[in-house]
Design a protein around this ligand. Structure first.
Ligand SMILES: [Zn+2]
Length: 431
């Protein structure tokens, strides 16, 4: 439908680049034709035409060296501090360079840079390099019209708008998305035109969890897969959270050891960071003791760790490294490798990705005969929230298991004096 228009646009860009630069152009795939090397190619043209050419071509993906995974920042900070003179100028510059970039996550910056390259490419093709930074409402509307005609989806258009806004914010210039072109109005217009139905996904149900817990796994692989699905569902977790969990995150008898005898054989799974938790406050999910011993998830976790040899290491520093990823213990759902004799053992690099965990969930559901066309990794979280909500777990309690982002104001006031309610999400499964 939009191919001709898209090709015409690519033609105008090539023409505008001229015979010297055009052969160096490298194009990305996707609805909007985009020069992946836009900043390099456009240097001479932007310098001549764009009032803020440095900022327009700036690569914002270079993050901060302090942007380390899992919170182990201390050695890097110590090195940086040693290399920084202790004058106000130098230290202020260091703060700007190293700490201010932490304000947006690395993936967000990469996405913004990718979409800004589409804006730069458009500016070449439509001869508007002098109008993109600062950009006025007219130029923004023209660009969005053009991109819509190329067949860009609503989410792509929204990301382009986001990149324009963040570029203006970084350059401390007034954003074109304001007043009668407010963000809300803009995205609503685009949504009316381009909105599509979400693909239907189904949540993992209580019956599936019961079937999985009763299932006698034929090998270590099946065992791990069923544990992943049950833990992610009852804990209302995302696949990425399951991937990051180590065996020392699962603490058996946690509340019992705090002096509460009713919670013998229960467990707490700690997750360091959840999606909406940028400040590393973390989260502690509870898993109780089942009435039916066949459905005891905690017992099965312990058994799996013994079989796979993944019990927390004795020198584990998890306690000392509170709020940081343990680097010495095995993943809770490790990658496995088939041995020559057909049995399964730990993979040499057992750390799974979120995609691996999703594959575990799908495989386990197939194992109990579920048609998995409407299932993906996120279905565990959906299932957990659904079962618990249907069983009447109040939202502010459920949040303590799931960390979902609703009703923020209320939960700030929740201070439980008794851990009993923390088991409600687990109890909703009536195991
Ligand atoms: Zn550990």
């Amino acid at each position: 439908m939009f191919t001709t228009y898209r090709l015409d646009f690519r033609g105008s860009v090539t023409l505008a680049l001229g015979p010297t630069l055009a052969p160096q152009a490298s194009w990305s795939k996707g609805a909007i034709p985009t020069l992946t090397n836009a900043p390099d190619l456009l240097l001479p043209a932007a310098r001549a035409q764009c009032p803020h050419w440095r900022l327009a071509l700036l690569d914002t993906t270079d993050g901060s060296p302090l942007d380390t995974p899992h919170g182990h920042y201390e050695p890097i900070m110590a090195d940086l501090a040693r290399a920084t003179p202790t004058t106000v100028d130098a230290m202020s510059q260091a703060f700007t360079d190293m700490i201010i970039p932490l304000g947006s996550a690395r993936n967000t910056r990469l996405k913004a840079q990718r979409n800004w390259r589409s804006v730069l490419t458009w500016a070449v093709g439509r001869h508007t390099l002098d109008q993109i930074l600062p950009m006025d409402t007219r130029t923004l509307q023209a660009m969005l019209w053009d991109f819509t005609a190329m067949g860009a989806s609503r989410s792509v258009l929204k990301s382009v708008v986001d990149s324009v806004i963040s570029r203006h914010r970084d350059a401390q210039l007034p954003s074109p998305v304001t007043g009668h072109m407010s963000y809300f109005r803009l995205t609503r217009c685009l949504g009316r035109l381009l909105g599509t139905q979400h693909p239907h996904k189904m949540g993992v149900t209580r019956d599936m969890i019961v079937a999985l817990l009763r299932y006698r796994p034929k090998n270590l692989l099946e065992f791990r897969n069923k544990l992943a699905t049950c833990t992610l569902t009852i804990g209302c977790m995302r696949p990425g959270e399951g991937a990051r969990a180590t065996t020392c995150c699962l603490v058996f008898d946690s509340d019992f050891l705090k002096g509460l005898p009713a919670y013998k054989d229960c467990s707490t799974l700690s997750t360091l960071i959840r999606k909406n938790d940028q400040e590393r406050k973390g989260h502690w999910m509870r898993f109780g003791k089942s009435a039916d011993p066949e459905l005891d998830l905690n017992f099965q976790h312990g058994l799996f760790m013994d079989l796979a040899g993944t019990r927390p290491r004795t020198h584990c520093q998890a306690e000392a490294l509170k709020g940081k990823q343990c680097l010495c213990c095995h993943p809770l759902f490790p990658k496995l490798l088939k041995r020559a004799d057909g049995s399964w053992g730990l993979h040499p690099t057992p750390q799974p990705s979120a995609a691996n965990v999703t594959a575990m969930v799908i495989a386990s559901l197939r194992m109990i005969g579920v048609d998995t066309t409407a299932f993906s990794g996120v279905c565990c979280r959906m299932g957990g929230l659904t079962v618990a909500t249907e069983a009447g777990v109040p939202e502010n309690i459920l949040w303590m298991q799931s960390g979902h982002a609703q009703d923020r104001a209320a939960r700030r006031y929740v201070r439980l004096t008794n851990p009993d309610r923390l088991y409600d999400t687990w109890r909703a499964f009536r195991l």
